[in-house]
Design a protein around this ligand. Structure first.
Ligand code: PLP
Length: 426
């Protein structure tokens, strides 16, 4: 049985809840059928969790059970199956509410994922509130999906996208961020954890700074939801976006949390069935929140799968998961950075889940290809964060990212693989 070590004092920022010493990674691994895959004669070592995580049997079975027993279209039917499907879908919404500690299920809007959630806010709240000359403030470490939707909005409105800089460790320079907050700022959008660097942003402080002058904050939680305990009420964020598939749930489903009063005031995102309460050719009355934002038949099975994934994470305990991944990251940082020629990209004091690195004289794609021959899956490229790659003066990095089922033995395999790469290119 693998015991979880205590977290170092530097990681107390948000990972403060007590970890349970019974977290058993062997038992966790048994829940993921795909981990038995053999790759090029090796056991699969899956270290690409920041791109997408694998699915536990509980999720696969929940989706299959939904199609076996409950499938029908939701909300509009009076028959037995439609009522069951509706109950499943709405129960998944409640699971997400309680996972995020939102105050009401109405504050959870189902979307395709983080990307759609951010586009939704930009195209609704953003279009309603942002005018020519206004500013949207993001950071230099954002994923493209927290850059481009704001660029589209700014282009349309004649507004400006402002970017708060980072330091050489990949940490947000808070004083600069605060300096950029001004009377023209109408929206702040920041990632909770950077997918390219692993930086854990001081999100509570960022929100306080923005709220001090009345600016709403959207948090991109794509990498944080699967990695740490969350409480949107305690954070006091206005919007929180995440994807199911990075949190051990299915692809094609995710959620946007929004404060109820805000969601009620902003216009719909898309028009169609289910988002209306009545339609005539003269006038349409919109449905109430959250249905106002859920036009058309949603991914019902996906919502069921996402609910099952979050219940699974709850059973493991988010504090346990945070502690486990913290220990893996600390270990991986030590062993990988000790390999000659390796340079870590992203050395923030507060980090989670992600180890990005480059090697002298080796393109990251070659690292990924050689590791794949050893059965090790990592991601190489710009990680949809080209501006931050440019800031570090690289086109791409190799990125190992950790999940609930990873072990120190797998990190040893990674280190052996990286050593092999070094020898091939020596
Ligand atoms: N934001 C961050 C920090 C991410 O890591 C990702 C995906 O890698 C996204 C947003 C976009 O997520 P999705 O493609 O699931 O919409």
């Amino acid at each position: 049985m693998t015991k979880v070590l205590k977290m170092s004092s530097s990681s107390r920022q948000t990972l403060t809840r007590e970890a349970d010493l019974d977290f058993d990674v062997g038992r966790v691994r048994a829940d993921f059928p795909i981990l038995r895959t053999r790759v090029h004669g090796h056991d699969l070592v899956y270290l690409d969790n920041a791109a997408t995580s694998q699915k536990p049997r509980a999720v696969i079975e929940a989706i299959s059970r939904y199609y076996d027993c409950d499938n029908a279209n939701i909300h509009r039917g009076v028959h037995y199956l439609s009522e069951r499907a509706t109950a499943d879908y709405e129960s998944a919404r409640k699971t997400i509410q309680s996972f995020l500690h939102a105050s009401r299920p109405e504050e959870i809007v189902f979307v395709r994922g983080t990307t759609e959630a951010i586009n939704l806010v930009a195209q609704t709240y953003g279009r309603q509130h942002i005018r020519a000359g206004d500013e949207v403030l993001i950071t230099a470490m954002e994923h493209h999906s927290n850059i481009v939707p704001w660029q589209l909005l700014c282009e349309e409105k004649g507004a400006k996208l402002k970017v708060a800089p980072i330091n050489e460790d990949g940490e947000l320079i808070l004083e600069e961020f605060e300096r950029l907050l001004g009377p023209q700022t109408k929206m702040v959008a920041v990632s909770h954890i950077s997918n390219a660097l692993g930086t854990l942003n001081p999100i509570a402080t960022i929100i306080k700074m923005a709220h001090a002058i009345g600016i709403p904050v959207l948090v991109d939680g794509a990498q944080a939801v699967p990695r740490m305990p969350l409480d949107v009420q305690e954070l006091d964020c206005d919007f929180y976006a995440f994807s199911g598939h990075k949190a051990y749930g299915p692809t094609g489903i995710g959620a946007l949390y929004g404060k109820l009063a805000l969601l009620e005031r902003i216009p719909p995102y898309q028009g169609g069935g289910d988002m209306i309460s009545s339609v005539t050719f003269e006038k349409t009355i919109y449905n109430k929140v959250p249905h106002k934002f859920e036009a058309g038949t949603p991914d019902i099975a996906g919502a069921v799968g996402l609910g099952a994934a979050l219940e699974y994470l709850n059973d493991l305990g988010m504090a346990n998961i945070a502690a486990h991944e913290h220990e893996l990251l600390a270990y991986a940082t030590d062993v990988v950075s000790a390999i000659p020629g390796v340079r870590l990209i992203g050395t923030a004091k507060e980090k989670s889940g992600v180890l990005s690195f480059v090697m002298d004289g080796v393109h990251p794609h070659d690292i990924g290809t050689i590791l794949d021959q050893e059965g090790i899956a990592i991601r190489t490229g710009h990680h949809c964060a080209q501006p931050v790659m440019e800031w570090f003066g690289v086109d791409a990095t190799a990125r190992a990212s950790f999940g609930v089922y990873n072990t120190k033995q797998e990190i040893d395999a990674l280190a052996r693989g990286v050593e092999k790469v070094r020898k091939v290119f020596a």
